[in-house]
Write a protein that binds this ligand. Structure first.
Ligand code: PLP
Length: 446
């Protein structure tokens, strides 16, 4: 193989466009590992599972039943391959090099930006800022937009179902500015009480920050409606999409929000990288978040000028390898298609809910009419940590604790829950294993 042929193979595998090809047309061929035809009419969960090497693992001698997807999801082989390719074939820094490897790395990095743009249906690629994850994205908005725009007496409105990552940055900001953090309540099902939310909107409300999907309850928030109400008082809307991005079709233009954040590791990509989408005009007006290399246009001791967006917000060497891996994950999802996996997941959640509801002494926490991906529950007389440990002995990975949502636990009067969370590669048999596991836990504590 000539080096030129090698380069073309690599390019097509990683979605690096050839010099003449527009980036937006690049589509990654889905994994060769399964040999699966991705456009087949039915959703073939076994074929999909073959794309995820870890799903064949045994835990304590039992087949792994991975139901901790809300914490982090597993990675298809194409993502692992993309990381391997980066490190073994074109490891280099981006943007500043004139040599071939640097240009390849830059093309793959910028191609991933276009893939993220497409994933969110953002208007422009320059509205996509690569960050470490949802947490950093929200901190960026709070530190940059928030500091520049919030005044004493202003308000930031959140909901009672937020993850700590969408509470604490606003607490830090409002404390610093002498502003107020207000919280819209949720009902016993774990749904936002919309009237109460609207009542808390006023001319002082500068920022509304809401989860698209709650990680502790699975509730899907009516974001488009929230945005409409927030816009009536001129507030800017920040959406924490960490739990929505793996399950819902995201269209930031239709939602109408101003900022949207998600994490790569929850959408089958590598850890350590995430995306902040922001409206170009807002990002342009915002001051830098961090100072350093790449975010500058020119540096003089007297005065530094800043780079254009999105680079203004990407100080220092970015997480190039993992951004390339995220690009491969987004290609994978695109090739998989949205509807069939989503339908499979909906059916799985409905089946799991139905089965777990039937178990005496088990209470589901979070019974919203619109839910995605998450089933939290408590077993009477059993601490969730004990339940999690016993389920682990059966090879079943669930999360126990407060799920970084302590106010939610307080709202429902529980210290913690056991949370099963689903991805499209989970099966009904795995739900059955979970149900058997819960029965066993109950027997142990009877
Ligand atoms: N928001 C929600 C709703 C989450 O579920 C999480 C992670 O679990 C986060 C924010 C924080 O994401 P990360 O830890 O990837 O920054």
């Amino acid at each position: 193989m000539t080096s030129e042929e090698g380069r073309r193979n690599l390019s097509s595998r990683l979605g690096i466009p050839d010099g003449n090809e527009p980036m937006t047309t690049t589509v990654h061929p889905i994994t060769k590992a399964s040999g699966r035809k991705v456009k087949s009419p039915a959703f073939n969960v076994e074929a999909v599972r073959a794309d995820f090497p870890i799903l064949k693992e045994k835990v304590h001698g039992k087949p792994l039943v991975y139901l901790d997807n809300a914490a982090t999801s597993q990675k298809p082989r194409v993502v692992v391959d993309a990381l391997m390719s980066f490190y073994t074939e074109f490891c280099s820094n981006v943007h500043r090099g004139v040599h071939e490897l640097s240009e390849r790395a830059t093309r793959a990095y910028e191609a991933a930006r276009v893939k993220a743009q497409r994933f969110l249906n953002a208007r422009e690629a320059r509205e996509i800022v690569f960050v470490r994850g949802t947490t950093e994205a929200i901190n960026l908005v709070a530190a940059s937009f928030g500091r520049a725009n919030l005044r004493a007496g202003d308000e930031v409105l959140i909901t009672a179902m937020e993850h700590h990552s969408n509470i604490v940055p606003w607490q830090l900001l409002t404390e610093e500015k002498g502003a107020r953090l207000t919280v819209a309540p949720i009902n016993d099902r774990g749904e936002l009480i919309f009237d109460e939310f609207e009542k808390r909107l006023g001319t002082e409300t500068r920022i509304v920050a809401v989860a698209h999907v709650s990680n502790a309850l699975g509730t899907v928030n009516p974001v488009a409606r929230i945005v409409q109400a927030a816009k009536r008082v001129g507030a800017v809307v920040v959406v924490d999409g960490a739990q929505a991005a793996p399950h819902l079709k995201i269209d930031v233009q239709t939602l109408g929000a101003d900022f949207y954040a998600f994490s790569s590791h929850k959408v089958f990509g590598p850890t350590g990288v995430g995306v902040l989408w922001g409206r170009a005009e807002l990002l342009e007006a915002m001051p830098p978040y961090q100072g350093g290399g790449d975010m500058i246009r020119s540096v003089r001791f007297e005065k530094t000028t800043y780079n254009d967006i999105p680079y203004k917000f990407e100080a220092g060497t970015p997480n190039i390898a993992d951004v390339v891996g995220l690009g491969a994950a987004l290609d994978y999802l695109r090739e998989l298609g949205f509807e069939r996996p989503a339908e499979h997941e909906r059916a799985l959640l409905a089946y799991a809910t139905q089965q777990i509801e039937k178990i005496p002494g088990v209470r589901i926490i979070g019974t919203a009419r619109e839910k995605a991906g998450v089933l939290s529950f408590v077993i009477e007389g059993v601490h969730p940590h004990d339940a999690g440990t016993l389920l682990d002995q059966e090879g079943i990975a669930v999360r126990t604790g407060h799920h970084c949502a302590q106010p939610v636990m307080e709202r429902f009067g529980v210290p913690a829950t056991t949370r099963a969370s689903f991805a499209f590669y989970n099966t009904r048999e795995e739900v059955d294993a979970l149900v058997r596991g819960i029965h066993r836990v109950k027997e142990m504590f009877a």
